[in-house]
Design a protein around this ligand. Structure first.
Ligand code: CIR
Length: 274
């Protein structure tokens, strides 16, 4: 199996203001204490996959700041050739400019943390907007979702930057897909040239050349799964999708995510991994 070896993740547990986070989900208000427990289990899961965590203090100024993935894009070194897991370094981070004005400012402490960890940073500039949840990296390629959060200007800035680093990217316009907030709400890369996709994205021409693992509509939330070393983190409660993964030989780790789902968040949103 070919996948990127990850060593570290940045996480931030939700603050009490989390319950006032942005949402279109209509699943009710999240329960803060349950969210804290689910977040703690998520952190345990990352550690059990071998990651060293940098844990940031809750930032009450920003209700959505537990969704750290949206604040930065980590660009790791290319993976070469088939074989066993490959080492991956993260030579740089691109600080995003989140599409939701209430989320701008979340990235400041993340940028500081990334710099302290030795990463170089670049940034998306106004009027471009990019949310990290719209960026899906495979070994050789970046898929950039154009969404209600990531605009064409931001996507182009990012694509230019990636090009200067030797990466190819392609755009996936999801503005007509009401069901997903971000591209990665409906797309995940598992390694092994295999993408997990919701049914509405199955026919996207840019995914040609990848093996597609479909997630049925009634389990669509499960598409936001995360490959972490030899495990795949999946949201609990989606048995048919989890079964598809185990049938393919993946070791899954199911996590309760419903408090984050109430704010349109998924497994990938809760960490920056590199
Ligand atoms: C938001 O609307 O921005 C947050 N409530 C959820 C962000 C989820 N992030 C992600 O999918 N990457």
């Amino acid at each position: 199996m070919v996948y990127k070896k990850l060593g570290r993740a940045i996480v931030r547990s939700p603050g009490a203001s989390f319950v006032a986070g942005l949402t279109r989900a209509k699943l009710g208000l999240p329960d803060y204490h349950r969210a804290l427990r689910q977040h703690a289990a998520y952190c345990d899961a990352l550690e059990s996959c071998g990651l060293t965590l940098t844990r940031l203090e809750p930032d009450e100024r920003f209700p959505d700041s537990t969704f750290v993935e949206d604040t930065a894009i980590l660009i790791s070194s290319r993976v070469s050739g088939p074989g066993s897991p490959c080492a991956s370094a993260a030579p740089m981070a691109v600080m995003t400019r989140p599409g939701a004005p209430s989320r701008r400012g979340e990235g400041q402490s993340i940028a500081q943390t990334l710099t302290e960890l030795g990463l170089e940073t670049a940034a998306i500039s106004t009027p471009g907007t990019v949310d990290g949840g719209d960026i899906c990296e495979t070994e050789s390629h970046f898929f950039i979702g154009i969404s209600e959060r990531t605009n064409e200007l931001g996507a182009s800035q990012l694509a230019d930057l990636l090009k200067s680093l030797g990466y190819i990217s392609s755009f996936v316009d999801i503005r007509n897909l009401d069901a997903i907030l971000h591209l990665k709400s409906g797309l995940a890369y598992l390694g092994d040239n295999r993408l997990v996709v919701i049914e509405a994205l199955m026919t996207e021409a840019v995914f040609k050349g990848y093996e597609l693992l479909a997630v049925e509509n009634d389990e669509a939330y499960a598409a936001n799964c995360v490959r972490v070393n030899d495990r795949v983190l999946v949201a609990a409660g989606f048995p048919r999708f989890e079964r598809k993964l185990t049938d393919l030989g993946y070791k899954t780790l199911a996590l309760e995510m419903n408090e984050f789902q109430k704010l349109d968040g998924g497994l990938s949103c809760l960490s920056l991994r590199f």
